[in-house]
Write a protein that binds this ligand. Structure first.
Ligand SMILES: [Zn+2]
Length: 262
């Protein structure tokens, strides 16, 4: 990993030769990683009031609690809490789908930087020792060319100046994509599908687990279970987007999409 001061020096030199461009549209930008209108759409749901345990919306008048909300209080999770950038909806959902393509590496990094910009205080407040991405099965990674969650984890590890452990977890078997399934099927689909690799450093560590989307929490919880069973003291989860809540039906109008599709 490149140390932060050297990285920012390289970025400054690169920006002299190559003026910054929006990671979504490729149009020139004065600063940052996205043009202003794209950024506004990506952050439409970033300021909503959230449950600290599941990252779900709790309504504007409730006090966020680590004890959970009406939707997650009965669920047993192996992690302590969830930090998210926004809802899995509108342009953010489209961005996550795009970043999973072979050409999506730059967009994945830009979205991770946006996540850091908006949530850095919350992330810095958790005393995590290392960052671990939720792994893909090796066939999925081979087909996709890379693991977007690993790119998100790479950026967060750089920003937090802590180690990235990209191989701390592995999938023990291939599992069908979770978005094809519902409720209990999601849980049984990923049950015991993760295993922690033998690393002495996991024992006693507080780990930041990184994934792109959190829906039922089954994947995050099974990944956290593998880390906890390998001796991790605590696991916190961070994702770009939270899906699976009732508001998914109340679609945010994706203005930029409409413009692009026309
Ligand atoms: Zn909750």
């Amino acid at each position: 990993m490149i140390p932060r001061p050297i990285r920012s020096m390289i970025q400054q030199l690169a920006s002299l030769a190559y003026p910054p461009m929006c990671a979504w549209s490729g149009s020139p930008v004065a600063s940052g990683t996205f043009a202003d209108d794209i950024r506004e759409q990506l952050l439409l749901s970033a300021q909503e009031n959230l449950c600290l345990r599941c990252g779900g919306n709790i309504g504007p008048h409730l006090v966020p609690s680590i004890k959970g909300c009406d939707q997650c209080r009965d669920d047993r999770f192996w992690f302590e809490g969830v930090i998210r950038l926004g809802r899995y909806d509108g342009l953010l959902a489209e961005g996550i789908r795009r970043m999973k393509r072979l050409s999506g590496y730059g967009l994945a990094r830009a979205l991770a930087e946006l996540l850091w910009e908006i949530r850095h205080e919350q992330l810095r407040s958790i005393p995590v020792a290392a960052v671990v991405p939720v792994p893909h099965h090796r066939w999925t990674e081979w087909r996709r060319g890379y693991n977007p969650s690993e790119v998100l984890a790479e950026v967060l590890a750089e920003e937090l100046s802590i180690p990235l452990w990209p191989r701390a977890l592995r999938r023990t078997r291939w599992t069908p994509p979770q978005h094809h399934l519902r409720g209990m099927s999601r849980r049984s689909n990923v049950k015991d599908a993760f295993q922690a690799n033998r690393m002495r450093s996991i024992a006693g560590s507080h780990i930041l687990l990184v994934d792109d989307v959190f829906t039922s929490g089954s994947t995050a919880s099974e990944s956290a279970k593998a880390l906890r069973q390998a001796g991790a003291a605590k696991v916190h989860v961070v994702v770009l987007a939270r899906g699976g809540q009732r508001w998914v039906e109340e679609k945010i109008v994706p203005k930029i999409n409409a413009r692009e599709d026309s």
